[in-house]
Design a protein around this ligand. Sequence first.
Ligand SMILES: [Zn+2]
Length: 355
Amino acid sequence: MTFLTPTLITGDRSLVDVVVHELTHSWFGNGVTHAHASHFWLNEGWTTYMERVLQRVLHSEGDRGFSFLIGRKALTEALEQYRDRPKYQRLVIEFEKGEDPDDAYSSIPYEKGSNFILHLERTLGGLDAFLPYVRDYVKTFTGRSITTEQWRDHLYQYFAAHGGAEKTSALNLIDFQAWFEGEGLVLPVNMVYDDSLALPAFSLAERWNESRNTPVSGLDFKDADVQDFNSNQKIIFLDRLLGYSPLPSSHILHLGEVYRLSSSPNSEIRLRFYLLALLDPASEVARICAPIASSWVVGEDETGVIKGRMKFCRPIFRCVSKVDGALAVEVFTKFQAQFHPIARKMIEKDLGIIL
Ligand SMILES: [Zn+2]
């Protein structure tokens, strides 16, 4: 049985990939479980990898590469967030007694993990050679809890039996240690993804970036600019804009309206629009959007649904608190009982309510 957050029901199927992710956990995470928190990547890395394999079936190879590109940004941010705690940049983390694994929770097990498996797939001869192994992996371990070591032993055994010396020497080229225990902001391998869907989104972002000195009345952006974009392209367009220095308030408000991003039913898009609006905490658009974003995250919006997933609520509260600390604490305090206890604890830490 899979429980899903109502924020996935957008009315346009644009978050079906998350549904795919959660159902995939029936095999990776629920069927084969990690032995303990050090091996959490086995759940999320595998599930994220398989989610993207299924995107090839649902959409296209381009969409698969595109999701890795989107994930790559989240990975870089998470690695930067742990700059002072490099241990949490690792894929396999040794926890001390009393250390809370939730403190290490981030995109890293998802994204570093799925990149690692993608690298294995490419090294071992692509999907045709790799998917039969995946089936064998699940069959071997379903109903059991395993460690990274057990996973790797099976990987070697499988490819020794299916491919022999050639596959074994391919496996020997992989720097497992660097993937498991590597720290820092870069991956052990320079990963290249299909970027055919990303390029139009990047060039639109560049047009907005170059428009910053033109008054809004002189801009010629139209709804048609994003008419052919799928939701992931809108997401990466906004991600790209988030990487530039903040646009003028007038431009961000115009952007939200002309592409209907500020009213999007897709919470991934809505989140990024608010992050863009709150990027410069001293700006006019940040003051306008801080109360709107905090109402949205607690479900005091047209959906009535709390955005309880940590990827939504934590960054919104963090950004709102930079604009108006008292507002963030006030809104959170009023709705805290509706958040999952782990999310509640993390927001309390982010807002400095608890240490
Ligand atoms: Zn998951």
